[in-house]
Design a protein around this ligand. Structure first.
Ligand code: SAM
Length: 285
């Protein structure tokens, strides 16, 4: 079945009385080339894959061709019988009717893949993009690659470099644990129904070790959050509202690691955030 064909998608929807739910981010992909790019970027190599939001199964189909096993999490129960038909030829697929934000991913990987390192592939529903990416990254799961279709703006924020308008706490979180890379930009017209904005396929390869070494990860992320709390203010003012050490002491700490207190948070590299949070940690001891 040619699931990339808009005509077939509309036919399936009509046959099953399926009406697209905007609230669930149901925009189905119609480009075979993009599907191949997603599957290739996921580097499945006969391994395991978790797919989030299979829809009618257009990406699932591509993943099942090369994976040892695919586990697809779909929140919409109306899609379960449709997937049983469209994916009938595969015996390496398990579809689970659950909300990916509410499932215990660690237990799922253990149960379905014996704890083996897996890949994640998804054309993500846009309303959950940030929470799902953040939770998958923070959970420190056995994942080697995450290849996700997201809004173009979000992909740009995730891979942004210091001193650019897109650089922020999300860029730092993602770059601390992974190597993010935009694989390709996907115009809105390649989806049925088309969303309002263009998308991008983003590949995040998990690093063996975090990109920078820090003494206390939670303090590192607290420092980052504080630095971006008020974008127009200096780093000193942002930190002062979040760390009750007094401006004089804070300036001293910043200067001790070579950071000018008048700089703005968005100019700091991950390495600078690491030395700053380590210095703040020493002071609070
Ligand atoms: N994979 C298909 C494709 O590429 O055409 C469909 C992708 S569509 C953008 C997003 C899919 O995610 C829909 O099937 C939607 O029902 C499902 N979905 C939405 N929220 C979800 C959630 N919280 N957990 C699991 N699936 C979800």
């Amino acid at each position: 079945m040619e699931l990339t064909s808009p005509k077939i998608i509309k036919q399936i929807a009509a046959d099953y009385g399926f009406v697209f739910k905007k609230g669930l981010g149901q925009n189905f992909l119609t480009s075979g080339k993009i599907l191949e790019e997603i599957a290739e970027a996921a580097e499945i190599d006969d391994g395991g894959v978790i797919e989030i939001g299979p829809g009618f199964g257009v990406l699932t189909n591509e993943l099942c061709k090369t994976a040892k096993k695919v586990v697809a999490l779909e929140i919409d129960e109306r899609l379960i019988p449709i997937l049983a038909d469209t994916m009938a030829e595969y015996d390496n697929l398990k579809v689970i009717n659950k909300d990916c934000l509410k499932i215990d991913m660690r237990a799922l990987i253990e149960e379905e893949f014996g704890g083996e390192t897996i890949s994640i592939a998804a054309n993500l529903p846009y309303y959950i993009t940030t929470p799902i990416i953040t939770s998958l990254i923070e959970a420190k799961l056995p994942i080697k690659n995450m290849v996700v279709m997201v809004q173009k703006e979000v992909a740009e924020r995730i891979q942004a470099k210091p001193s650019t308008k897109d650089y922020g706490a999300l860029s730092i979180l993602c770059q601390y644990y992974t190597d993010p890379e935009i694989v390709t930009i996907v115009p809105a017209g390649l989806f049925v129904p088309p969303p309002k904005v263009d998308s991008a396929v983003l590949k995040m390869r998990f690093l063996d070790e975090p990109r920078v070494r820090v003494n206390d990860e939670s303090l590192f992320f607290r420092t980052v959050k504080a630095a971006f709390s008020q974008r127009r203010k200096t780093l000193l003012n942002c930190l002062a509202s979040n760390f009750p050490l007094g401006k004089e002491k804070l300036s001293e700490i910043m200067e001790s690691v070579g950071i000018d207190p008048r700089r703005r948070g968005e100019t700091l590299s991950l390495k600078e955030f690491a030395s700053l949070s380590d210095a703040l940690g020493k002071e609070s001891k």
